[in-house]
Ligand binder design. Structure first.
Ligand SMILES: *Cc1c(COP(=O)(O)O)cnc(C)c1O
Length: 240
């Protein structure tokens, strides 16, 4: 069982999956960032993974994330916000994270830009796309993504890095492949519409999770967001 494995063992296993998938896709493994998604897990679980060599961590819930950042302030970790963003919560996100993957409207982007502290580098952001056009999902529609991208790329406190998606879950990991391919194609199209200096930074596809990271890497993912395979099963009540 996952729970009996050490953090180092789980990290080694996920890294091996990532390396194999990159090799199979003819891509250097270093082109894919492993983001460890720690939602619902305690700061000590993150510390154990950090001590095993993991540096980039993703969190979905602001209060939970801020408490963990405080408990882990002695470590130089990279923090990514990957949860839904309410407009009254943008300031602490702008102040406390390196990346935000879930920008899906201009109002949120403008607030994050204005509230990014001057002493920090620009916030690195991805636009979340509702790639399967699911009614219940967050993310902008694929049709709205190019205009939103142009607007976000022009904001001084942000660097637009790419697109993020969470495809509708299917019966097998391979079912995510068409959605991943659509996100990659949309990113190519947007890159072609951005001014050259902004197109050069637009290099990120945040897609793929524990079950389908291989499929995502095959489709061009540059960040895979992995929770369960690194930390174990989340309790039912906490999943969403
Ligand atoms: C929870 C979560 C993940 C990780 O999911 P796993 O299946 O546990 O790997 C990735 N991305 C987002 C946005 C999440 O909320």
């Amino acid at each position: 069982m996952n729970g009996e494995k050490t953090a180092r063992t789980r990290l080694d296993e996920v890294r091996a999956r990532l390396d194999r998938a990159a090799s199979a896709a003819g891509r250097p493994p270093a082109d894919v960032l492993l983001l460890a998604v720690g939602k619902t897990f305690a700061a000590e679980a993150i510390r154990a993974l950090a001590e095993a060599g993991q540096n980039a961590f993703g969190e979905n819930y602001l209060q939970e994330a801020l408490a963990k950042q405080q408990a882990l302030a002695d470590l130089a970790l990279e923090w990514h916000f990957i949860g839904p963003i309410q407009s009254n919560k943008t300031r602490p996100i702008a102040e406390s994270f390196d990346w935000v993957h879930t920008v899906d409207r201009e109002k949120i982007a403008a607030r994050l830009s204005a509230q990014r502290p001057a002493g920090l580098p620009p916030l690195q952001v991805c636009i979340e796309v509702n790639v399967d056009d699911e009614a219940s999902k967050h993310g902008c529609s694929p049709a709205d993504a190019p205009a939103l991208a142009l607007a976000v790329a022009a904001l001084p406190g942000l660097t637009l890095r790419g697109l993020m998606a969470i495809p509708a879950p299917g019966p097998t990991p391979a079912d995510s492949a068409p959605a991943f391919a659509r996100l990659a194609a949309l990113a190519d199209s947007i890159r072609g519409q951005l001014p050259a200096s902004q197109a050069a930074c637009f290099d990120t596809l945040s897609m793929g999770m524990s079950a389908d990271l291989e499929v995502a890497i095959g489709a061009g993912a540059t960040i895979v967001r992995v929770g369960t395979a690194l930390f174990g099963q989340r309790s039912q009540a906490a999943t969403n």
